[in-house]
Structure formats: C-alpha cells, structure tokens
Design a protein around this ligand. Structure first.
Ligand SMILES: [Zn+2]
Length: 115
C-alpha cells in the first residue's frame, strides 16, 4: 500500500526529531498535503494510525492541512485557484495554465514535542 510507505517515512522523520530532543514525547504531527500529491488523505490517516501503534508514537495526533491547487494564470498574471483537480484552469477567467504553484505538497510541516 502506497500510503503505508509514506506514513512509515513520515514516522521515521518524526522519530528522528524526537530522538534529537532526548526522546521527547510526540504530541502531534502536522502535514500539508495537496490534491496533486497522489496521496489519499483518509488512507494516509489510517496508515499513520497503524504505523503509530507499532511504535512509541501511539496516541499522537495527526493534523493534516489540505492545500488547494493554485496556478500561475497567464491572463491574470497572478496566482489563482484552480477550478478543480480535473480542470487546471484559472477560477477567475477560465484560462488553462500548465504552471502549478501549489497542490503537489506532501510536507512534514511541524512536530509538536513534549519534553
Ligand atoms: Zn486568470
């Protein structure tokens, strides 16, 4: 399962952070995920929970911020929201744009630790 391997690699980085702070307890993990990252958020939540239970992170919170898709619109000459994931066009003027600014994110934004 794709999401499980993503969850495991996030966990590895979280555990590294915790170890670097003298095995601090992990309270919460903050992620940013865009719809173009190819990650299924619900599947990732589930995979993360499963992965956590097998490590010292059992009980930690997973906070996911979903990043909307934005494009650099060639007509408006600025960053605009996309109409939808199927329709990568400016939501103001409808011009299609190949230049995706946001929406591909799969980032570990922060780890909340209790020392
Ligand atoms: Zn536009």
């Amino acid at each position: 399962m794709h999401e499980l391997s993503i969850a495991m690699s996030i966990l590895d980085r979280v555990l590294e952070e915790s170890r670097a702070r003298g095995d601090a307890r992990v309270e919460a993990v903050y992620l940013r995920i865009g719809p173009l990252s190819g990650v299924d958020v619900e599947a990732l939540r589930f995979a993360f929970e499963v992965a956590c239970e097998e490590s010292q992170l059992s009980g930690c919170r997973l906070e996911i911020t979903e990043v909307p898709i934005s494009l650099e619109c060639p007509s408006c000459r600025s960053e605009k929201q996309a109409v939808s994931i199927q329709q990568l066009c400016c939501s103001d003027c409808g011009t299609p744009s190949p230049e995706i600014v946001h929406g591909r994110e799969l980032e570990l934004r922060a780890v909340e630790l209790v020392e």
